[in-house]
Design a binder for this molecule. Sequence first.
Ligand SMILES: Nc1ncnc2c1ncn2[C@@H]1O[C@H](COP(=O)(O)OP(=O)(O)OP(=O)(O)O)[C@@H](O)[C@H]1O
Ligand SMILES: [Mg+2]
Length: 260
Amino acid sequence: MTPLLSVRDLSCRYETRDGPLWAVRDVDLDVMPGETVGLVGESGCGKSTLARCIVGLTPASGGSIRLDGEELLTRRGPSLAQRRQMQFVFQDPFASLNPRRRVEALIREPLDVHRIGTPAERTRRARELMERVGLHPDWGRRFPHEFSGGQRQRIGIARALALSPRLIICDEPVSALDVSVQAQVVNLLDALQRELGVAYLFISHDLALVEIFAQRVAVMYQGRIVEQGSSAEIWRNPSHPFTRTLIEAIPIPRVDQRSF
Ligand SMILES: Nc1ncnc2c1ncn2[C@@H]1O[C@H](COP(=O)(O)OP(=O)(O)OP(=O)(O)O)[C@@H](O)[C@H]1O
Ligand SMILES: [Mg+2]
């Protein structure tokens, strides 16, 4: 089977006052259709830079990114049709949603930009999407600040789904949320995947969460992917010292600390 996303030898550097900073170095990564790949690593290791390179928000310095076998790093860059296939869900749904736009307009926006359907069809689709992510469709007239953090992340997910993408890159989508709300959002992503067959690149620094949610995990350290494998494999037999550190950092719930 052809990978949906195939990244090879990808590098990305930032020009800083102290010279070039290689945030991503020689990364190889595949995501198969309908699969969830977890990308974990400590703060500053290059996860967001890699994600931004894949969707074309940050220019790559070298390497190859293929979507369905087609190269995206051409002089022209990804086509409109290719861009539609890859959407992004951000860590901070408040910062990523325009506070002056109503929720229905925010969810419709990708359809407006890509001129999909008639205005009436777009509105109908936005309402459907709201319902699909667990928001009342009559809340479309509200503004983002009138929602809780978890609800705002649902708005971000609805917006990402509007164009029926095949890949959604979720950059720490639940890190800003309470643990109980995290589970609800992850369950929603899981249900959407079963229903729509969408693939996720799920970025997190929480290996415990990724282990539950992702079929495969890639561990990133100082710009490189140092380990890749099935979640169970990495958990059982971590080969890189940094992966071991990540596993050891996960608190083991102690019976005497539980509240009954
Ligand atoms: N626009 C930029 N200009 C210069 N350096 C940058 C820029 N963005 C990120 N960096 C640097 O690149 C490296 C990787 O940053 P990146 O944001 O990709 O890490 P991350 O793994 O997503 O971290 P976090 O878990 O904190 O979100 C860091 O050293 C960061 O300081
Ligand atoms: Mg980041």
